[in-house]
Design a protein around this ligand. Structure first.
Ligand code: SAH
Length: 263
């Protein structure tokens, strides 16, 4: 195993989307811990977007990575989804799936699981088609910048979603707090921030490479969201986390917050 801890700009060259997908999103295989985390996230996203009253025109997902699982319930509740990531290779991986290109990652078992949560497992192909038509733009982003989407013109969003990305991107808590503010700045007043954070992270494996993870406590996350002008509506803690060999952490939390009128 390599000793180096990758972070920051290393993502551009060292983060391999296929290694990441194989490790954390092999839903059919026996990676029990990883599947439990994925199910926790899918269940919470289902509740949030199906009956939680979170919906509207535009959803922006920040740090989408090479994954689409986080958009499966959301695509029923929004007219348009903008997916973003720091690296070109993750956006290419996403595009392969969106365009059904050869070699695209097979998400069908995850899509079927979400359709089952929503009440009809058999409509998974319809959902895949719906998601493909709802994701309208793929943009580069950098959450360590005051304007995470740079000069790209995006309308104020009804929802900003970000799973497992800020603790990978931010080297310290001050940067994390500023990044949360950057995400909230993309929201309309009254819009929702939905985020999932690995707690007490230190590092996580992608293939043979060890990447930095920011150590965050639940209270730090809630405080950052409140300081950014949001009211925390939900903060669900799940003690389950990834396999110890892959990721040092102490559970994850799923947060839903609403931006106040003056934020
Ligand atoms: N959201 C996905 C991917 C998380 S992996 C999931 O739920 O699995 C962490 C992601 O953070 C990677 O896709 C990486 O490219 C992205 N990332 C790293 N640095 C970033 C930065 N400065 N700004 C935005 N995203 C960044």
């Amino acid at each position: 195993m390599e000793k180096k801890l990758y972070a920051g700009k290393d993502y551009e060259k060292e983060f391999n989307p296929r290694d990441y997908l194989k490790t954390y999103y092999s839903f059919d295989s026996n990676t029990v811990d990883e599947n439990e985390v994925l199910k926790f996230n899918l269940q919470n996203l289902f509740q949030t977007f199906s009956s939680g009253g979170v919906g509207g025109d535009i959803l922006i997902d920040i740090g989408t990575g090479p994954t689409i699982y986080q958009l499966l319930s959301a695509c029923e509740a929004f007219r348009e989804i903008i997916a973003t990531d720091y690296t070109e290779q993750n956006l290419q991986e996403l595009e392969r799936w969106l365009k059904k290109e050869p070699g695209a990652y097979d998400w069908s078992s995850v899509v079927q699981y979400v359709c089952e949560l929503e009440g009809d497992r058999s409509r998974w192909q319809e959902k895949e088609a719906r998601l493909r038509s709802t994701v309208t733009r793929l943009l580069r982003c950098d959450v360590t910048k005051p304007h995470p989407l740079g000069t790209a013109q995006v309308p104020p969003a009804d929802c900003v979603l970000s799973l497992l990305a800020l603790e990978s991107a931010c080297p310290d808590v001050d940067t994390y707090r500023a990044a949360v503010q950057g995400l909230v700045s993309l929201l309309k007043p009254g819009g929702h921030l939905v985020t999932v954070v690995v707690l007490h992270a230190e590092s996580y494996m992608v293939g043979s490479k060890n990447f930095f993870g920011l150590y965050l406590e639940k209270e730090t996350v809630e405080k950052a969201v409140e300081e950014a002008g949001c009211q925390v509506l939900k903060c669900n803690y799940c003690p389950n986390s990834y396999s110890k060999a892959l990721c040092t952490s102490d559970g994850i939390c799923f947060v839903v917050a609403r931006k106040g009128p003056s934020a």
